[in-house]
Design a binder for this molecule. Structure first.
Ligand code: S3P
Length: 167
């Protein structure tokens, strides 16, 4: 399996790190949110607003089933909620090495303040949601991870080098 899957909370840097990691390794880069948006010709925020979160979660599983059977020499970044659907676990593990980009609540708050792309954090209670969701999700991220990177104080370049060193 010559693939790397990046998991972690919203704002943990999966997409930015994934792009540089893929470029550095000469791999293809893919991102489940981008694949879903391309397939639906809609943004994730519009899919949530028009079809609801449940529909989006079904699309995530369909995408994982598809890409896990075909991807090769690819870095795949997955949406922050995707590992929370139990049926996705077998697909994540099938893809290849799972790397968890672990960040603190404060890092997420600093990075996503004022950002309107994440429907789950678009309410007035965004900070509360970050604390609640991260506490709920962290054990699942950790249990799926082959490699965990404590990414709070690392640059994108340092994270990429660390993943390459550990993989
Ligand atoms: C979500 C994370 C988002 C996106 C959607 C839901 C989540 O992806 O899939 O807004 O439930 O954490 P990123 O983790 O890439 O922001």
């Amino acid at each position: 399996m010559n693939n790397i899957v990046l998991i972690g909370f919203m704002g943990s840097g999966k997409t930015t790190v994934g792009q540089l990691l893929a470029q550095t390794l000469g791999y293809t880069f893919a991102d489940t949110d981008q694949l879903i948006e391309a397939g639906e010709s809609m943004t994730v925020a519009d899919i949530f607003a028009q079809n609801g979160e449940g529909y989006f979660r079904q699309l995530e599983t369909l995408i994982m089933e598809e890409v896990s059977g075909t991807m090769d020499h690819t870095v795949l970044s997955v949406g922050g909620g995707l590992p929370m659907t139990g049926s996705n676990h077998k697909y994540l593990k099938k893809c290849g090495k799972v790397v968890y980009l672990k960040v603190s609540e404060q890092t997420v708050i600093n990075r996503l303040k004022g950002n309107s792309d994440r429907p789950l954090l678009s309410g007035d209670d965004a900070t509360e949601m970050i604390y609640k969701l991260l506490a709920l999700r962290a054990p699942t991220y950790q249990s799926l991870a082959d490699i965990t990177i404590a990414a709070d104080h690392m640059t994108v370049e340092e994270i990429v080098q660390e993943i390459i060193r550990l993989q």
